[in-house]
Design a protein around this ligand. Sequence first.
Ligand code: NAD
Length: 355
Amino acid sequence: MSIIIQAPELEKTIASLFSAVGSTPEEARQVAANLVLANLCGHDSHGVGMAPRYVDAVLEKNLTPNAHVQTRVDTGTLLGLDGQNGFGQNVGVQAMQMAFERVRAHGSCIMSLSNAHHLGRIGHYAEMAVENHWISIHFVSVNSRPIVAPFGGGDGRFGTNPCCIGIPVGVGKDTREPFILDFATSRVAQGKMRVAHNEGRSVEPGTLIDENGQPTNNPGVVVVPQSNGKMGALMPFGQYKGFGLAVACELLGGALSGGGTWHKEADGRRAVLNSMLTIVIDPKRLGTENSFGQETTEFLDWLRKSPNAPGTEGVTLAGEPERKKRADRLKNGVPIDDATWQEIVNTARLVGVSI
Ligand code: NAD
């Protein structure tokens, strides 16, 4: 069962939780709007269901409201930033805006951000860049608990390390909808297992192993401790290739930024820290704006003309499912499953907010 809430009302409700634990009205609104946007895009795993976890992290003093990014290194096109354990939806936007200043001045920027609390849907940051007709590439590490098993391994050793590539399509008046590839390197996002567990659904074979390293389709193994006190693990996507990309995200997002990698047992903390390596490129400054715009259009049109595979609706390009879902949920409201809503209500009670 689920309830349906219109996005503006949901945003206000969720913002009130963050205000209650010390965020300024602007930060509370910004974080809530980002979470609601994830729900609108169909990524409920990264939507308002994360709010109780964020509130717990503030109460545990592992997430600092109203933080500002600190600059460690600034050579113009190279920016080394620290997110100071602030809300990712706030310090992540600050960091992108700083990178954008460098792109305007120099045509590109390599920006690393360490110690941001959960950045949410990484596509959000790529969309910010693509609005300016810039390319944006992101490698992200997740410092939270070891939830994904290495290919060939039998227990969780690292996080769901997302990777994202945003590419503007077309040029000038012929600008099209962008290509936004944005995914967890685990076969599915961990939050989707929380949603499946809350909804009492089982998941596809090959997604999970249990606490003993055996294949299972019960999402609960990565949501609640099992009988021996241990947790199961998600598998990486794409066998050893996805595993390789997950390791690259850990090394580029975590090690290179100074945020660090995960190499210890779970410690039970509710905080989720992200570190992110971002590369932003202005195709105009590379001198290929027109041909790039034309080629991106022609290539994607070429792909769309492929005949439908049996039983499918044909070719979909990255970014399209989210835009479609957003249009639908803006019109018809956002469904929130009962268990997620109950967690939000419990959190509201905890921080003295009536909803
Ligand atoms: P997913 O498996 O739904 O894949 C999403 C990507 O695939 C999108 O780019 C989408 O447009 C594209 N896509 C979907 N269906 C398609 C189709 N039929 N054909 C072509 N392309 C298609 O996403 P996910 O792995 O569940 O990740 C969900 C979100 O979770 C992402 O926004 C990610 O950034 C976020 N995430 C964040 C963290 C963090 O720590 N901050 C960790 C993991 C994931």
